[in-house]
Design a protein around this ligand. Structure first.
Ligand SMILES: Nc1nc2c(ncn2[C@@H]2O[C@H](COP(=O)(O)OP(=O)(O)OP(=O)(O)O)[C@@H](O)[C@H]2O)c(=O)[nH]1
Ligand SMILES: [Mg+2]
Ligand SMILES: [Zn+2]
Length: 292
């Protein structure tokens, strides 16, 4: 499934032909990246009869706090950030937690590197250094100067990745830059806003020339996690891993329990304080019954 708008899903067959498909009424909503069974009803149209089981699902809560899948069958989440619009560490961490919990590899891309002078780039590299220290791939890119695009390309090869992040950080521009002879599907999917900017309105999957798929997704103002059992959250913070299971209490949530190895590591400076605060905040949202 390449994309989904309203009632229509764009389905690609094995030969790369694209069909506009409706979905049988009793089926779940399809999302970008879904694998489906379908029947052709006319040369370019068809009907989806079955949505195959998803290997992975990226989801976020909808307005009513129900799980809303965003994309399926991906194995890499590329969190795109920029200095304009500026990013928020809490949101970055929530994307990273979502990646870890769904078993997708996160990659952090700092786009618009052309807007950074040496000093501000160095500062940002330092501030983001803790993510590199805990093993996350981090790339600086620019669609203007092509800085980092080769590395990004290499990182995406033979994966199915989704570009996520705030509106305006340059996700679609990155897709364009990686797929220079992209066909008209981009134009068809973009909508010119009053500001003269193209804002992506539907997630769309593109094939990379030398293998792999790349999903462009609409920008978000915020990304929140779907309900996660509160004792699973620590697994979303990969630097906690060496300490899990060594706390005094086997059901330790690492918030204010005595004899907690995670809190000791925070005090000792092994775990970054800000990351820990973001963890704590997530624990609180998850254990509050009436969450936003
Ligand atoms: N300076 C600079 N501007 C960039 C770069 N990449 C993209 N932009 C600009 O940033 C603006 C937003 O780019 P988009 O690619 O539409 O951003 P997006 O993340 O797809 O936004 P949404 O679809 O709304 O989520 C455009 O004006 C781009 O020209 C870059 O590397 N450097
Ligand atoms: Mg876009
Ligand atoms: Zn603990």
């Amino acid at each position: 499934m390449l994309a989904h708008f309203g009632q229509v899903s764009l389905v690609e067959d094995q030969q790369g032909e694209v069909y506009r498909c409706a979905t049988r009424r009793n089926l779940p909503r399809t999302v970008c990246g879904d694998r489906v069974l379908w029947q052709a009803s006319s040369p370019r149209e068809g009907i989806i009869t079955q949505v195959l089981e998803r290997e992975t699902t990226l989801a976020r809560p909808d307005h009513n706090n129900r799980v809303r899948p965003v994309a399926a069958n991906l194995d890499q989440i590329v969190v795109v950030i920029a200095t304009r619009p500026s990013f928020e560490y809490g949101m970055l961490d929530r994307y990273l937690v979502a990646s870890e919990l769904m078993d997708a590899a996160p990659v952090i891309v700092v786009n618009k590197s052309d807007t950074l002078d040496d000093e501000s780039r160095h500062k940002l590299e330092q501030r983001l250094g803790i993510y590199r220290d805990i093993g996350y791939t981090q790339l600086f890119t620019s669609t203007r100067t092509t800085d980092g695009l080769k590395e990004l390309h290499r990182q995406l090869k033979s994966h199915t990745s989704i570009l996520v992040g705030q509106s305006g950080v340059g996700k679609s521009s990155l897709v364009q830059a990686l797929l220079p002879d992209l066909d008209i599907r981009v134009g068809a999917l973009s909508q010119v806003t009053g500001l003269g900017r193209h804002t992506t309105t539907a997630s769309t999957l593109y094939h990379l020339p030398d293998g792999g798929n790349l999903i462009d997704s609409p920008g978000v103002r915020d990304f929140t996690l779907c309900e996660v059992p509160v004792n699973e959250l620590a697994k979303g913070f990969r630097e906690f891993e060496p300490f899990l299971g060594t706390c005094r209490f086997h059901n330790c949530l690492h918030v204010n329990e005595p004899g907690c190895a995670v809190q000791d590591a925070v005090r000792g400076g092994t775990i970054n304080e800000r990351r820990f605060r973001n963890y704590e905040q997530l624990v609180n949202t998850m254990s509050t019954p009436s969450k936003r």
